[in-house]
Design a protein around this ligand. Sequence first.
Ligand code: NDP
Length: 487
Amino acid sequence: MRAQPKASHYINGRFVDDEQGAPLPVIYPATGETIATLHSATPNIVELAIEAARAAQPAWARLKPVERGRILRRAADILRARNAELARIETLDTGKAIQETLVADPASAADALEYFGGAVASYTGDYVDLGGPFAYTRREALGVCVGIGAWNYPIQGAGWKSAPALAMGNAMVFKPSENTPLSALALAEIYTEAGLPDGLFNVVQGYGDVGGALASHEVVAKVSLTGSVPTGKKVLALTGSLMKHATMELGGKSPLIVFDDADLENAIGGAMLGNFYSTGQVCSNGTRVFVQKALHDRFVERLTERTKAIRIGDPLDPETQMGPLINKAQHDKVMSYIGVGKTDGASLHYGGGEPKLQGFENGFFIEPTIFTNVTDQMRIAREEIFGPVMSVLSFNDEDEVIDRANDTEFGLSAGVFTRDLPRAHRVIAELQAGTCWINNYNLSPVEMPFGGFKQSGIGRENSLSALALYSQEKSVYVETGDVASPY
Ligand code: NDP
């Protein structure tokens, strides 16, 4: 199986390479085979990309917003037309089941391009009446922005960052995760085909050091990172010391609360989506599933039945529902957490094994796993595992579960399942989380702001909030009379 792109990087509207850069093998997680080899960016490549962005940005920012938007919307149409091909690249890069990537990944990037392409023309400044004189505000581009992506949603991440940045008149240099370098290159080609002027969306590959070099570059005005909390802290410290804008979309250990009046099948469906989709590698996952005592046993019984039916296997088979983890390191980390859960006294209720699948013996597969009898202080209930491992905890009443749900350093997401709607809103209002769901889980439409409280991050992606965060506000006072000067 090969998925070799034309070159490693995409700068100024074309593919470029510098073979002096450290080799960057692309591994298909289902088989462990190398499907492409790229090169990490050298300092020369980083400079070329930043310079291309810097040179292209001012003319782009001067275009009418509706003209910028038209190009983004054209690119969205091309993404949709190539959905099957792009989904295949995403599956080869991430190992996620093709039945997911066909509906969730390029489609979500296309949604972002379409939404921001349409919204930006209406994203206007204010008029302020000062009783004669007046003021108005302008929303101006920041300049060159850097996007740094995680490996779980590569093309979505590239779309979610580049669409609001470009819509507002910025240029972007995007660094995908070293694990998933392919689909951002495909997006770059599509932007060019849609008519985006050269230099406005550039892709450079590399490890953390390349991300660091981009984030600290003097030309760069803003960095938007999706990644873990430790990486986010490092990059935020760096950008803070250089007074750059920053958006941090980081990890979580989110609570999903199921009251005993909830629709059982929907609550279980939500809990499974929030733990097993993308093989559990989703930042907003509700990995602490709090179930009210009276419903707990029925919930676990039916959850187990439905979990047993999950089809693990060849990610390219449309029948497969769960693929492997991204790489060996992540696989080993998740297996070690399963060991920690057992040692700490939780009951391994289902899964926890490494299925050996014919033809995929070297893949990084782990069964969907359910722990019961989990208590709040156990490590599996406190630390982000980033794999298909659900912890089920039980609770008695509303006040208790709110306290326990909030007892975490993270604050990305939260969910509540109940038929009692006043209670749903009351509980959500008390939860310390940036992105919440009532009677569903993990849906992130582009119209809705997405981001975290507490250690889970700063800033928001999607919605008009993202346009605010990719722009700066200029206030203009306009005098209509004389200057009242005492001198
Ligand atoms: P990492 O934090 O390891 O890496 C994120 C990105 O930052 C990668 O591109 C990485 O490059 C780069 N990077 C690493 N070190 C530095 C540095 N010093 N300076 C600049 N860039 C750097 O996260 P993962 O890729 O492992 O992704 C998983 C994490 O992402 C989880 O914690 C998950 O919760 C979080 N996440 C958050 C989301 C959100 O929206 N809140 C969504 C998706 C994931 P390299 O790949 O080479 O290490």
